[in-house]
Design a protein around this ligand. Structure first.
Ligand code: DAH
Length: 343
């Protein structure tokens, strides 16, 4: 038996020395250790060995099997390394002096829309402000006139932190800070991420973006609000748009409105985007409540203001024809990459 083993191992060594590729190694492995391999066949002979020698022969064969296994494995590793080196250094040479590929990523569709809106408003004299994501209860609710017992303050609707602060539920939470920060008159927009304790579906997210705007000056009227919104929408949709106001209710505006835009995709004739209604509900808005101005130290007898709270996700979905809000936070590159450049 020892002789047979020695012959096989010598044969194996010769074969391995000649092996050049992973495929060669694989073939050798099968030839020696496979189901009908040379060493495997030797194990079948054990049955003919006298009982008292079976154990010794078994050990001999197991040793031979292990030896063959480690010889083949060592060659496999060496060959695989060699193949990798070949790939890296010769077959597919990398020219490290080449310039980096031009496009390494794309803007998120929401960022594209946000930047466009910012551009339009800055061209009309607005400053772009940032807001906190963690806000005081005062700024998020009290400063914008949300009553003590309003359901929005509930744990069910709002993410409260242990320290009594909240994850901002709307961009209106930044109004007070901004009204105090700038001398009058003020024109500001402030995009930001907001959070609500919501069940998530195609139309609702617990994490979403709004873009708020405020204008405070002497004699601001609903006319100003309509003018600025029309300007912005016409630039974004690249055509003259028509808007309408319906009555709404918000504690921080009086009067409050819901602003609709005549469907820019079918010009009001009816299409899937406007659900055949001809109008698209776009954003709540209104004249800033005198109490909100007072809370920021502004005299409502002297100054008035208007405000709007545009759903940035909604605008993005409309502009790009995305019909599930969850896609926007999904990190789904297949979808998000398509919108790197806006048509
Ligand atoms: N903050 C409101 C919300 O998230 C939206 C809103 C409504 C903002 C009216 C405004 C406004 O500035 O005037 O539901």
């Amino acid at each position: 038996m020892q002789q047979k083993i020695d012959e096989i191992l010598a044969y194996l060594n010769n074969k391995l020395t000649a092996a050049k590729s992973s495929a060669d190694c694989q073939a050798i492995r099968v030839e020696i250790l496979g189901k009908s391999g040379k060493i495997t066949e030797l194990f079948r002979l054990i049955k003919d060995v006298p009982n008292e020698q079976k154990s010794a022969v078994g050990q001999l064969l197991n040793g031979a099997k292990q030896q063959a296994e480690s010889l083949i494995s060592a060659k496999e590793v060496a060959v695989a390394n060699e193949e990798l080196n070949q790939q890296i250094f010769s077959a597919k040479k990398i020219d490290i002096t080449l310039p980096a590929p031009k496009c390494t990523g794309s803007l998120h569709p929401r960022t594209i829309v946000q930047r466009e809106i910012e551009e339009v408003f800055t061209s009309m004299g607005f400053v772009v402000e940032d807001g906190n994501e963690v806000e005081t209860e005062y700024n998020n609710f009290t400063a914008v006139n949300v009553p003590e017992n309003h359901p929005a303050r509930d744990m069910q609707d709002t993410f409260w932190l242990d320290n009594g602060q909240v994850l901002k539920t709307h961009t209106s939470a930044s109004q007070n800070r901004i009204l105090k920060k700038y001398p009058l008159p003020i024109r500001a927009i402030f995009p930001g991420r907001c959070f609500r304790n919501e069940d998530v579906d195609a139309g609702h997210e617990n994490t979403f973006f709004q873009l708020e705007g405020i204008i405070v000056d002497k004699e601001v009227s609903v006319g100003n609000l309509i003018y600025f919104m029309k300007e912005m929408l016409s630039k974004i949709f690249k055509k003259e748009v028509e808007i309408r106001l319906r009555p709404g209710f918000f504690p921080f505006t009086e009067p409050s409105f819901e602003m609709d835009v005549r469907c820019p995709f079918c010009d009001g004739k009816g299409c899937p985007t406007c659900k055949n209604g001809g109008w698209i509900e776009l954003c709540p808005c209104g004249m800033i409540h005198p109490q909100v101005l007072k809370n920021a130290g502004i005299n409502p007898e002297e100054y008035s203001g208007c405000a709007f709270g545009l759903g940035l996700d909604r605008m993005t979905m409309l502009t790009f024809g995305i019909n599930d809000i969850r896609e926007l936070n999904s990190g789904n590159l297949k979808l998000l990459k398509q919108f790197g450049i806006k048509n």
